[in-house]
Write a protein that binds this ligand. Sequence first.
Ligand code: DC
Length: 222
Amino acid sequence: MSFVVAIDGPAGSGKGTITKLVGKKLGLINIDTGATYRCVTLEVINRGYSIKEEDKIVNLLKNIKIEFKNDNEEEKVFLNGKDVTNEIRTKEVNEMVSQVSHIPEVRKNMADFQRKIAEGKNVIMEGRDIATNVFPNADVKIYLDATPEERAKRRMKQNEEKGIVSTYEEVLENIKFRDYNDKTSSVAPLKQAEDAIYIDSSNLSIEEVTEKVIEIIKSKKD
Ligand code: DC
């Protein structure tokens, strides 16, 4: 028996941070599904494929191995045996990832992979379509949102911490571009599941959102 908490929402809504904190506090395995699409995108870039070469992109799925490993309390992502935890967060990957993630065969392949790694475990999984597509029967469904401006500010801060140089305008534009792409995808677009609980985190601290999410999970567990 597994217990699945699904956290969906747009880029920069705080899903990653909240999922990690809640997972740690409640002993749930944290799965960042965006990282799986980022790995495919990195491989596309490394091979020099263009987004129009859909056949080649679909073909490379056969030769791709994605692993999540916990190294000294740090979640690391491996692509074909190589640690790509930082490499999957570059500007180049950011700019291409939502297009790659909209290729139907890529979505299907990644959703199957995500279900497989969660099998039989108690997980908290964050993404765009977890409650609507990957785990429509998840035990807890949360849709985490915030205004584009607030999300851009958060992404800027994250980038600064990682030493990534970017301007506010650039980040805001990328967030709006990805929102549009994610919400208009023809396959499993970003949208709130009917039975998901909506949280607007624009004016809430990380601690406040974490507490809210923990309360919701506990009330569903009881
Ligand atoms: O959460 P993130 O920014 O790392 O996600 C990267 C991209 O992957 C995002 O633009 C949309 C896509 N994605 C998706 O389509 N479905 C998911 N479950 C997770 C991410």
